[in-house]
Design a binder for this molecule. Sequence first.
Ligand SMILES: Nc1ncnc2c1ncn2[C@@H]1O[C@H](COP(=O)(O)OP(=O)(O)OP(=O)(O)O)[C@@H](O)[C@H]1O
Ligand SMILES: [Mg+2]
Length: 386
Amino acid sequence: MSAPPPAGLGEVLRTHRVVVTVGSGGVGKTTTAAALAVQAAASGRRVLCLTIDPAKRLANSLGLDAMTTEEQVVDPALFAANGLECKGHLSAMMLDSKKTFDDLVRDTASSPDKAQRILDNRIYHYVSSGLAGVQEYMAMEKLYAVREDDRFDLIVLDTPPTSNALDFLDAPERMVEAIDSPAMRWFIEAMDSSGGRFSMGILGKGAGIVMKGLSKLTGAGFLEQVAEFVGGLNDLFGGFRSRAAAVSGVLRSPEVAFVVVTSPAPMAIREAFFFSDRLRELGMRRDGVVVNGVHYLLSEPSAKEETLRAAVAEALPEVDPDSAVDRMSRALEDERLRAVADRIESDRLRARVGKETTFVEVPAFEEDVHDLRALARVASHLVAAA
Ligand SMILES: Nc1ncnc2c1ncn2[C@@H]1O[C@H](COP(=O)(O)OP(=O)(O)OP(=O)(O)O)[C@@H](O)[C@H]1O
Ligand SMILES: [Mg+2]
């Protein structure tokens, strides 16, 4: 007997603590995350929707002026005004990458004093707010922290549009690699052997010249800041390592579901293939695949061209009926081609992901998704049974 086909994503929402939407840029990750959050809240779960970017349109859809790094409650009256009942509770919040990093430093430093020294360091400011990959790692770190929060049953996490959309998946491992790299080790050894004082002498001649040049460029005190930062990192080492391992473990636990989002465009589908395979390779669960923005075949016009021409001539006397009908049929043909292309791409992905993964399509709407009603409409497709 074969297993029943998985229903829509409703089951994923009911049975997981965390749902993460992943995918390449602009395909509808934020929209999908928000629609899932709205759906889960409507059906009775206490939900936190955590986004990475300011997502202005999403904020507006949820009746908020802006996404903020503080939690904001979505007014149940907004659900009612859009013809929905909210049996649960929905809060939304934007990730504060810098603050998450600060909290991590406080958690892992061996004393409050040492934590403060790092937090005050200029290099740390640069690293925590500007370094590539930090935002990805912090999203995972935040997920780790927030899942302990018993005010929520479900956390829906939207991920950043990174140039390499997979960056955050192995962010914890890469973070450890970065701080545990030979270069860092060398720095730390140099520090230790100089008794905590960083002098040009220990750098060797070549490096010493480079560092002097650097400190000219970046102003006085730079070397001291580097030295202090590196020394501080040394203190965080053990804590960071075990934390990254824990975060990494959580990403692979059954309480976390990943939903791959893609558009039907061939490039995006190709990335979704890669993405799905990569999730598997990294030992993460791939619970759902969403093809968002699918065009479907329109029904053929029932009227004959003759009738259409006559109708155009009557309704729009200033327009040449021949060219109008010609343009209409060309537009229809374009739509048809697009629908056929979307069908091919979507089916290709469906076949690739196999029966054990929930696969859903969301149609391309005529308008952007800009209010709660539209989010609920997206949600109805996401949870519709196959
Ligand atoms: N099915 C749809 N039909 C029509 N418009 C849609 C649909 N899904 C999403 N959109 C619109 O497409 C735009 C991009 O969607 P969204 O912001 O969710 O993508 P994203 O993957 O989060 O992008 P980014 O990678 O930049 O974060 C938004 O304006 C959204 O309203
Ligand atoms: Mg987004």
